[in-house]
Design a protein around this ligand. Sequence first.
Ligand code: HEM
Length: 126
Amino acid sequence: MKKLESREDIELLVNSFYAKVIKDETIAFFFNDIANVNWDYHLPKMYSFWETILFGQMTYKGNPMAVHFPVNEIAALEKRHFEQWLKLWKETISEHFQGENADMAITKSENIAKLMAFKMNLARRL
Ligand code: HEM
């Protein structure tokens, strides 16, 4: 099994992940119906996001939390959605990669998802 070590690897990972996401019973509707995602724009952002997190290449500039609040206002982003997101992310990683960066991609996503779930929940109570 391959190590996760280049921009090309990230592109493969992110593309394979969103291929699952857009067919997923639990979370696809956020992307397909609520946000109506422009994939030509979103995918390169995600490559840069993960490149920044994993390799310290500061190619992503943005606020990853901010874009989720408007989505959360239309349809609640709940704990079960984040669990499903994480399940697909981990599944995709383990289908393609192993090693330190693959592990880090999992740990980081768990931490961000936890914080994001907390913030989305809080925003709904305000
Ligand atoms: C159920 C969970 C999630 C849903 C439904 C969701 C949905 C979305 C949607 C609809 C967008 C906007 C796409 C666009 O139109 O540009 C987005 C952007 C993004 N998401 Fe998520 N997301 C989830 C979890 C996560 C997690 C756990 C992470 C990080 C580990 C993450 C990272 C990002 C980033 C970096 C962007 C791009 C932000 C930017 O435009 O700068 N998302 N997400």
